[in-house]
Write a protein that binds this ligand. Structure first.
Ligand code: NAI
Ligand code: PYR
Ligand code: MG
Length: 466
């Protein structure tokens, strides 16, 4: 699969000093539409120089072109090529760090045996002490079965690991929540539930990730019923929270009311269904869901309970047909489906000042370059375009808030509070079509979400701690 989007490579070159070739190297890279962003001298010898050039390209096949052309230049040869994204993944992105040093026998006897036995016995007498005396209090499992990884599909648990590690890094960096990537080698609902219940004693929360629908709904429901720690399927609720946050601001720019808007959602899976429910909670009335076979409508027979619910509770005007049919006059398009599903001609048929959230990862439903001339507000799930609508704006803060008050669940009230908190980080003065949602690095985000979620948890009556 060829992926489009900023790729960064480092090419190590040997250049004979007798041939002054650097200008030609730059020309070759430029002609292949690569962008040289750094040059480092690795070694200087009398008759040769070794240099690393860092080049950004948009597509993988440009890399082969650049290397081929460079190797044709007299006196120049490539020693090796490394992909900077692969380099940051070498050895994984995480490690565990002890919170205290063990310097001598005295420390050892407290941290480990015999001293630790007293702590074990205390917890065995009062299980709730596990929250104050172990890592559980501040630790989340990021669990996937590898069945719906980003928009890449069912690529399996091993291939899901880099995404789960990435989520764990973000949990820690943004929310100071410890997180472990746990990829399970089973795609059987009951088996997954059993495995997660089995590891739950070690964790203060379970973040389900990239588990395909409809299996993800059943897994989340069973775990929520059976565990006393928050269980949160990020692709459903994290995404829905951030979409609502973005829409609350986008709608101000186009001066419409959510209640009056026609919203088309493409991809009625985990993210699409949760997003629909959240928008309904915020007052949207006319939502039309579209999947591979077109719009979901009342009266059609669906073999999945979620779609039956969907058909009966959305699309009030019973609009039928393909995405291109039902998108006519829509105010808002939300894509949580697959790359390239939306055409420019569809956007042209939308109502005045279209809002388009093309959120499939890593390649959106329409490329921003194509859509931009025809939309008023555009957002994607990616960090290399403005308006990144990504659940990373939600999950660190929502778990930070939930863990701080030892919430046993994440309720609708807590999710709505998170959405409003995220949207309110953007002030009236800052709001513009390229800034409807705060950056992931905006330090106010996690703190605002944390406070709002903790408060809503009290109001929902699900806290176990002041
Ligand atoms: N930006 C963000 O924060 C997030 C983005 N996403 C993206 O949304 C997409 C869906 O994710 P999930 O809901 O977790 O997956 P899912 O597998 O639960 O649902 C995907 C749905 O899209 C449908 N679909 C696939 N191709 C389609 C097409 N050509 N036309 C219409 N429908 C189509 C599938 O039938 C399925 O119902 C993925 O690309 C994922 O990366 C998901 C969560 C967060
Ligand atoms: C962002 C995310 O969770 C996804 O694309 O699946
Ligand atoms: Mg995901």
């Amino acid at each position: 699969m060829q992926l489009k989007g900023s790729l960064s490579i480092i090419i190590r070159l040997e250049i004979k000093k007798s041939n002054k070739m650097f200008g030609q190297i730059a020309t070759v890279v430029n002609n292949a539409e690569g962008d040289i962003i750094a040059i480092d001298v690795i070694k200087e010898e009398k008759d040769r120089t070794i240099r690393d050039i860092t080049v950004n390209v948009q597509e993988e096949n440009q890399i082969d072109n650049i290397i081929k052309e460079i190797n044709l230049l007299p006196g120049v040869s490539t020693i090796h090529v490394s992909d900077r994204t692969f380099l940051v993944h070498l050895g994984g992105k995480l490690e565990t760090t002890p919170r205290l040093p063990v310097k001598n026998r005295d420390d050892l006897s407290r941290v480990y045996t015999p001293g630790v036995a007293r702590i074990c016995l205390a917890i065995s007498e009062d299980k709730s002490l596990v929250h104050s005396l172990t890592i559980k209090r501040n630790t989340v499992a990021v669990v996937s079965d590898g069945s719906a990884v980003l928009g890449l599909g069912n690529i399996g648990p091993e291939a899901a690991m880099p995404v789960m590690e990435g989520k764990a890094v973000l949990f820690k960096q943004l929310g100071d929540v410890n997180a472990f990537p746990i990829c399970i080698d089973s795609q059987d609902t009951d088996e997954i539930v059993k495995m997660i219940k089995g590891i739950a004693p070690s964790f203060g929360g379970i973040n389900l990730e990239d588990i395909a629908s409809p299996r993800c709904f059943e897994i989340e429901k069973k775990l929520t019923e059976e565990l006393d720690i928050p269980v949160f399927h990020d692709d459903q609720h994290g995404t829905a929270v951030v979409i609502l946050a973005g829409l609350l601001n986008a709608i101000k720019i186009v001066q419409k009311r959510l209640e009056d808007c026609k919203v088309v959602i493409c991809g009625i899976g985990a993210a699409g269904i949760a997003c629909t429910k959240m928008l309904q909670s915020a007052g949207v009335q006319n939502i039309i869901g579209v999947d591979r076979d077109g719009a979901l409508v009342k009266g059609k027979n669906y073999n999945n309970d979620k779609w039956k619910w969907y058909a009966n509770n959305t699309n009030p005007n019973i609009e039928v047909g393909s995405l291109s049919d039902v998108i006519i006059d829509a105010d808002i398009f939300i894509g949580v489906s697959a790359p390239g599903v939306l055409q420019v001609s569809d956007i042209k048929n939308m109502g005045k000042d279209p809002i388009v959230f093309a959120m499939a990862n890593p390649t959106p439903e329409i490329l921003p370059e194509e859509a931009e001339p025809y939309v008023k507000v555009l957002a994607t799930g990616r960090s290399d375009y403005p308006n990144q609508i990504n659940n990373v704006l939600c999950f660190p803060g929502i778990f930070r808030g939930a863990l701080d008050v030892r919430a046993s669940k994440i309720t609708e009230k807590m999710k709505l509070a998170a959405a409003y908190a995220i949207s309110n980080v953007v002030t009236e003065e800052e709001l513009n079509p390229n800034y409807i949602i705060p950056s992931v690095f905006n330090e106010k985000v996690v703190e605002s979400v944390r406070k709002a979620v903790a408060h809503a948890a009290y109001q929902s009556g699900v806290t176990k701690k002041d």
